[in-house]
Design a protein around this ligand. Structure first.
Ligand code: ADP
Ligand code: CDP
Length: 212
């Protein structure tokens, strides 16, 4: 089974994807970390984020061992990722890695922006996760503070909104809900309730039921 989870920044995609993967015994890929790794490498090399040839080269030679680097979690790297992720050659370079990951048995949960629309359009289950921007900014601020990083909620909100706009308006693989994706608004759900709602969606799809 392949489960595709998409949605805007800090909507809770990764949390749900990890929990669904554990629940169903599937592998998990946070695809955002791939774009973050490309951006981080370019920032470290002092390369312009819009240098498409260099960015594509970095994407093609990316080492998945770098995906665990805690530096990838910063707001600055997230913003840079949304600039490089708009470059068509960067996206093209990363498609086959993601598809191969998804196809290996017993299946996988992938979370990102274009999983249900581009990477795994045939995924058995697609969930589009949203939450109010202010709530997302609050959660992301708490997350940064818990890592010991200074975070200003207003600045985090501005960053999230700018990133969402860039991701939604790019010509290639823009962030949008796939027509066959289920919408899950977790603004007012705690993590456990969100996970239960996501499992309910998966179970309804597996049972061939339409969810109301
Ligand atoms: N339903 C929820 N209630 C409260 N906090 C949440 C909820 N879902 C996620 N979070 C927290 O919000 C932050 C962003 O969640 P995350 O799963 O990383 O989002 P995304 O992968 O969409 O960026 C994390 O700190 C996470 O623990
Ligand atoms: N499948 C994906 C995943 C991420 N991205 C880009 O990478 C950036 C960082 O993604 P992320 O999922 O780590 O961001 P958060 O939602 O965790 O803040 C996004 O803002 C997108 O620009 C993408 O274009 N396609």
């Amino acid at each position: 089974m392949i489960i595709a989870i998409d949605g805007p920044a800090a909507s809770g995609k990764g949390t749900l994807a990890k929990r669904l993967a554990a629940h169903y015994g599937l592998r998990h890929l946070d695809t955002g970390v791939i774009y973050r790794a490309v951006a981080h490498a370019l920032l470290n090399a002092g390369t312009e984020l819009t240098d498409e040839a260099q960015a594509a080269e970095v994407a093609l030679t990316l080492d998945p061992a770098t995906f665990d680097d805690p530096a990838l979690k910063s707001q600055a790297v997230g913003s840079a990722a949304s600039v490089v992720s708009a470059l068509p050659r960067v996206r093209e370079a990363l498609v086959s890695f993601q598809r191969q990951f998804a196809r290996q048995p017993p299946g996988a949960v992938l979370d990102g922006r274009d999983i249900g629309t581009v990477i795994c359009p045939d995924a058995q289950v697609k969930i589009y996760v949203v939450a109010d921007p202010g709530i997302r900014a609050h959660r992301r601020t708490l997350e940064a503070l818990s890592r010991g990083e200074p975070a200003d909620e207003a600045a985090v909100l501005a960053d999230i909104l700018a990133r969402d706009a860039r991701d939604q308006n790019r010509p290639v693989a823009p962030l949008k809900q796939a027509p066959d994706a289920y919408l899950l608004d977790n603004s007012h759900l705690d993590i456990e309730s969100g996970v239960r709602a996501a499992i309910d969606i998966v179970e309804a799809v597996r049972a061939g039921r339409q969810r109301v």
